[in-house]
Design a protein around this ligand. Structure first.
Ligand code: ATP
Ligand code: MG
Length: 410
């Protein structure tokens, strides 16, 4: 029997939490548009392969978090768990290769079958950016600076830390992988069952494990920095110099790897200590191999995504709403006149709360409840001479105003 409630890990968003989430998205959009990023919207579901093949077969998302289903035509489809794969799919299937570089942003729901807790939902919203076709460190610098500017605009720059690392190019990763496998094999018995499997399929994933026994082993694993070849190290140096130039404080975290397989060179996370285990609010990196892997040629990419609800949890102040003006008929007789006045004022650009019912006292109480700044009171006597009463609800001051002067007056 279906129950009359939300599915576990999904939520109805309304009131203050919705206003905060909306502010996060609007702030992000206004910041990234200043960098020339344009919105793209891709479908919420894709063929399962788009994710299963490209996120990495040993990633948490693919092994245990995807919402896959068969549609009525027998196709295997998946609710998107993240945004990048769908955008690269669009880049290829829409034939956008001629227009590089491309700068996209997106926002919308993502779906992952996870254990719900504060800041961890089964349906959540991401806002993200993707910059395609720029292989130089300038892209890394600008994309990180953009993330920082966004959090600064939200007033969170003091609450987050920028963690950054380099995974290097494929040669560096291969060299690192070799060292890592040798090390992990020495500690094989201490690893979780899952990590034993990862060791065979994709040892880098062991670094990202959340199991305590794995973490203990990872603690002393070889460092990525020692395996970077010369060009990868130079690339990373340039990225850091750029961040220095822009005054962005960061912390080089040699243990930082990302959960998905497609990352290379720069990876970064913006973290907070205010959300317990859900400390990462924004994460991203360079994914130079992904477009080629999906069949779209040698096109580099870099991007990030943030968890909108997680960021909203960090906003302690409720976003301000414009204070409305209440339009209040003193009784039923004046309701039509009020309807007309409300309509005219809205057309003139004011935010109006029309009072629907009750006696004058009740209507005034409601006007205060919606935090109205003024009340336009429509009484029968004044109306006869084409006037209404305008009351300032903060000072209590009131005066009679002719309808013809009303917009001017308020
Ligand atoms: P985590 O380590 O918390 O599971 P992740 O590495 O899986 O995060 P990404 O795939 O990088 O996360 O997604 C980018 C951002 O989306 C995260 O930093 C986080 O803010 C948000 N996010 C990821 N999963 C969830 C979720 N289940 N509920 C809410 N927000 C999420
Ligand atoms: Mg996760």
């Amino acid at each position: 029997m279906a129950k009359l409630q939300c599915v576990r890990g999904t939520y109805d968003l309304y009131g203050a939490p919705k206003r905060k989430a909306k502010k996060v998205v609007e702030t992000a959009a206004s910041v990234v548009e200043k960098y020339g990023f344009e919105e793209i919207e891709t479908p919420i579901f894709e063929f399962t392969e788009v994710f299963a093949r490209n996120l990495g077969e040993t990633s948490d998302i693919v092994t245990k978090e995807m919402y896959c289903f068969e549609d009525r035509g027998g196709e295997s489809l998946t609710l998107r768990p993240e945004g990048t794969a769908g955008i690269v799919r669009a880049f290829i299937s829409e034939g956008m290769q001629q227009n590089l570089p491309l700068k996209f942003y997106y926002t919308g729901p993502m779906f992952r079958y996870e254990r719900p807790q504060k800041g961890r939902q089964r349906q959540f919203t991401q806002f993200g950016v993707e910059l395609l076709g720029v292989a130089t460190p300038q892209a890394d610098i600008e994309v990180i600076a953009m993330a920082y500017a966004f959090l600064e605009r939200l007033g969170l720059e003091g609450a987050v830390t920028v963690e950054i690392n380099s995974l290097g190019d494929s040669e560096s990763r291969a060299a690192y992988r070799k060292k890592l496998v040798a090390y992990l094999k020495e500690h094989y018995d201490e690893l979780s069952e899952e990590s034993k499997i990862r060791l065979e399929k994709n040892p880098l994933r062991v670094l990202d494990s959340k199991e305590e026994c794995d973490k203990a082993v990872v603690e002393n694993a070889p460092l990525y920095a020692d395996s970077l070849n010369e060009s990868s190290a130079a690339f990373f140096k340039k990225v850091l110099e750029g961040l220095d130039l822009l005054g962005i404080k960061y912390h080089v975290n040699n243990r930082l790897v990302r959960g998905l397989d497609y990352y290379a060179h720069t990876v970064f996370e913006l973290t907070t200590d205010k959300l317990g285990a859900q400390g990462t609010v924004l994460a991203g990196g360079r994914y130079d191999g992904l477009v080629a892997q999906m069949g779209g040629g040698d096109v580099s990419g870099i991007g990030w995504a943030c968890g909108v609800e997680r960021l909203a949890l960090l906003l302690d102040k409720e976003p301000e709403r414009p204070r409305p003006i209440a339009v209040i008929p003193v009784g039923e007789e004046e309701e039509n006149a009020a309807l007309k006045v409300a309509n005219d004022l809205r057309l003139a650009g004011f935010t109006i709360e029309l009072s629907y019912s009750g006696n004058l006292k009740k209507r005034m109480i409601k006007a205060n409840k919606v935090n109205a700044c003024k009340a336009v009171i429509i009484g029968s006597e004044e109306l006869k001479s084409g006037a209404v009463t305008v009351k300032n609800l903060d000072s209590g001051e009131q005066k009679i105003v002719y309808l013809s002067d009303l917009t001017e007056e308020i």
